[in-house]
Design a binder for this molecule. Structure first.
Ligand code: 8YV
Length: 315
């Protein structure tokens, strides 16, 4: 059996499947993980982890015999890709299988923050309805949707928008050919145009804080921000300020600068809907992600081929 190191906790069903197929050691269960790794790191040919935990250069250097990494999740901003490329180590991940559920969650947040679903729920539960009527909210249908990052998930969001008769434009570094949606090269112009700005871009050093005070001002007092990508894309202090002083109308957030200990200021705001980084967390999608993490590892050890590898890490 191949020796595989597990870095960070994984779903119970994935952990159970891993121990059936591989000789697994859980790094986080060692009393002093990095000291332990310095002594035993050379024994492992595989690493299994998640998009949340990732693998930095220090960890990868402590695994001199490493040949493959398999990650639970589509994001790879927590991995040192350069360190992997230098050694020709493929990084398996789980794209596509989560597109629909993440796009559904984006629309859930969008409708919730515009129509006040969570707010209305609090209104009914607290008995406030017996003392007066609920506030008027914002129409979703027919509005303008700006998508930052029209990748696999962004396109699934755009497809859903057609059912709401929304006009869709997107911002990517490069325009994509043969798409019905208009490309907007200027992020500020997209924010100015949009009623709803949805973040579906990959995170990374170049994208850190791309949504700052200026973009939020451009989105404006009738505009809503939805983030199902990564908290690092947003200058969160600027977002909190914009939500507080009405620079934007509201936000629907699945991801945050710090998780799970989010900025307490967000909890106190009524014009924000919060999810615990759970956009992909349906039973069906989790099962598909688990299957792909296993397939990526299994495939590599059987044939040297990772079924779904992060581009540029498998050549
Ligand atoms: C996961 C995610 O919930 O796939 C990703 O990149 O952010 C989510 O689907 C989580 O990060 C898994 O570790």
């Amino acid at each position: 059996m191949e020796r595989v190191l597990q870095h960070g906790r994984l779903l119970p069903q994935l952990e159970q499947a891993l121990v059936r197929e591989f000789d697994i050691t859980r790094l986080h269960e060692q009393p002093e993980p990095m000291a332990w790794l310095a002594r035993h790191g050379a024994a492992f040919s595989g690493l299994v982890t998640s998009a949340r935990v990732g693998a930095d250069r220090a960890l990868l250097s402590a695994l001199p015999a490493l040949r493959v990494v398999s990650s639970f999740g589509v994001g790879f901003d927590t991995f040192d890709l350069e360190a992997l490329r230098e050694r020709g180590i493929p990084l398996g991940y789980t794209p596509d299988v989560l597109n629909d559920c993440v796009a559904d969650a984006a629309f859930g947040l969008l409708i919730d923050v515009a129509r006040g679903v969570c707010l209305a729920d609090r209104f009914v539960r607290s008995g406030a309805w017996e003392r007066g009527s609920f506030v008027s909210t914002t129409r979703v249908s027919g509005k303008r949707l700006g998508i930052v990052g029209l990748g696999r998930i962004g396109r699934a969001i755009a497809r859903r928008a057609t059912g709401f008769d929304m006009a869709v434009r997107y911002h990517n570094r490069r325009p994509l050919p043969d798409l019905p949606q208009a490309h907007e090269p200027d992020l500020l112009a997209l924010a100015r145009w949009a009623d709803f700005l949805v973040l579906a871009a990959s995170a990374g050093p170049g994208a850190d804080g791309m949504i700052g005070a200026e973009v939020l001002r451009a989105l404006g007092p009738q505009g809503f921000l939805i983030n199902i990508a990564r908290g690092s894309l947003v200058d969160e202090a600027a977002l909190v300020a914009a939500l507080r002083d009405g620079t934007i109308a509201g936000a629907g957030l699945d991801v945050f600068a710090r998780e799970p200990d989010i900025d307490p200021a967000l909890r106190a705001l009524d014009n924000v809907v919060l999810m615990p980084h759970a956009a992909s967390a349906t039973r069906e999608t989790r099962a598909d992600m688990v299957a792909l993490v296993l397939e990526n590892l299994r495939g590599f050890f059987a044939s040297g081929r990772v079924a779904r590898a992060v581009p540029g890490t498998a050549d």
